[in-house]
Design a protein around this ligand. Structure first.
Ligand code: FES
Ligand code: FES
Length: 184
């Protein structure tokens, strides 16, 4: 529904049905960070070069700075806040901690989301496949070796995990950001 300059969209974010009013020119990144309070997804180049804004859209990794928010109508979005289950980290998050993959940490949400997409598609990737899977994610701290090591470690443990794609009953919670319950 379009009201004035905004359009009401219904989407699923991290397994929760969400409804929010978005400006026509706002990107999915802006909707996630500014409208829904999910600031784990990072804003950086805004031109699809760095991967800091990577999220899963119906299970496919996407640069959210390149997608309009209104295009997310009816889709299922997974952000870094949706990887953990309650207080249980995603196996990739545990592996990143173990290998010291996070340095300044700015690129890590995008790296984790891309790695999750990779392990969903290729549960036991080769080093070359890991490099290719994360090729769209830049790390200014140049922690690539530890990041690759972490993804290999999670894969070795056979902890591919699962991406929650199913919608939950519809709830209008546009004014209740996930940020209140999720780490940033
Ligand atoms: S902020 Fe989207 S790719 Fe860099
Ligand atoms: S850990 Fe600093 S940019 Fe990647």
């Amino acid at each position: 529904m379009t009201t004035g300059a905004t359009t009401r969209i219904e989407l699923t974010v991290n397994g929760r049905a969400r409804s929010t009013d978005v400006l026509a020119h706002h990107t999915l990144l802006e909707v996630l960070r500014d409208d829904l309070g999910l600031t784990g997804t990072k804003e950086c180049c805004l031109v699809g070069e760095c991967g800091a804004c990577t999220v899963l859209v119906d299970g496919v990794s996407v640069d959210s700075c390149l997608m309009l928010g209104v295009e997310a109508e009816g889709l299922s979005i997974t952000t870094v806040e949706g990887l953990a289950t309650g207080d249980r980290l995603d196996p990739l998050q545990s592996a990143f901690l173990e290998t010291g993959a996070a340095q300044c940490g700015f690129c890590i949400p995008g790296q984790l989301v891309s790695a999750r997409a990779l392990l969903e598609a290729v549960p036991h990737p080769s080093r070359a496949e890991i490099e290719e899977g994360l090729a769209g994610n830049l790390c200014r701290c140049a922690g690539y070796e530890q990041i690759i090591e972490a993804v290999a470690l999670a894969a070795e443990r056979g902890e591919g995990g699962d991406v929650r794609r199913a919608a939950t009953p519809d709830v209008h919670v546009a004014s209740t950001p996930d940020a209140q319950v999720a780490p940033q």
